[in-house]
Design a protein around this ligand. Structure first.
Ligand code: PXP
Length: 238
């Protein structure tokens, strides 16, 4: 079954807006796991405007499921993940000032760069994933980087879902099939939500994991975290 990793950056953003410790990021992470999520994702950025480097270090001790750390592989980021040793690192090409990740890697141009970083992470026993769009060149060249997985950047799917969901899913099915043939495991994320997730997961049979933050936390305002996580798990049940 496809795993659900919950991105808790938004919880940290809410906390940071007031300066205290409400909501308590560690407690929320513990609860999210108890409510049935299969993992916790964080995306520390250099300005620490969402999750802080200190949060990431503290989270390490309480993650009983799977810990996924995303980010641009800067020196500071690599130092952090080598200390924390999460189960998975997802490499994202976003510049520090980006509001959120808005593109996948150009794996042709960045192949040697990615190969070196991935080799470094693997030496530490950390599984790797790289964020990519559905361009076949990016998928084929991703497999040359020796990454274990790719994470498909699903914003284009989410944007088109309501107008033409078949057209929206087609490039993802092609990309996933190509990646699967190349021996890569497939994750997905960005703008997935309670409405568009089921169709996505039904069409990508070998989807290993989705990481979902913005919509899940927003939907939890209405349903509560426990029920929202149960709803997501239900959608992913094959
Ligand atoms: N995957 C990556 C690489 C991301 O950068 C993000 C956003 O931080 C997500 C998944 C989750 O996206 P969303 O918050 O839209 O669910």
């Amino acid at each position: 079954m496809t795993k659900l990793s919950v991105n808790i950056n938004k919880i940290a953003t809410l906390r940071n807006s007031r300066g205290g410790n409400i909501p308590d990021v560690l407690k929320v992470a513990i609860d999210i796991q108890n409510f049935g999520a299969d993992g916790i994702t964080v995306h520390p950025r250099p300005d620490e405007r969402h999750i802080r480097y200190s949060d990431v270090r503290e989270l390490q001790a309480i993650i009983k499921t799977e810990f996924n750390i995303e980010g641009y592989p800067s020196k500071e980021f690599l130092k952090l993940v080598k200390q924390v040793k999460p189960h998975q690192v997802t490499l994202v090409p976003d510049p520090p000032e980006a509001l959120t990740s808005n593109a996948g890697w150009d794996t042709v141009k960045n192949k040697t760069f990615l190969q070196d970083i991935i080799a470094e992470l693997k030496e530490e026993g950390i599984r790797t994933s790289i964020f990519v769009d559905t361009n076949p060149d990016n998928i084929i060249n991703a497999s040359d980087t020796n990454t274990d997985r790719i994470e498909l950047y699903t914003e284009p799917y989410a944007l088109m879902y309501n107008t033409n969901r078949q057209k929206a899913i087609d490039p993802f099915v092609e990309a996933a099939t190509l990646a699967n043939k190349a021996g890569l495991k497939i994750n997905a994320g960005h703008d997935l939500n309670l409405e568009n997730l089921k169709f996505f997961s039904q069409h990508i049979p070998f989807l290993a994991e989705v990481s979902i933050g913005h919509a899940l936390i927003s939907e939890a305002l209405y349903y509560g975290l426990e029920k929202t996580i149960a709803l997501y798990k239900n959608l992913l049940a094959k």
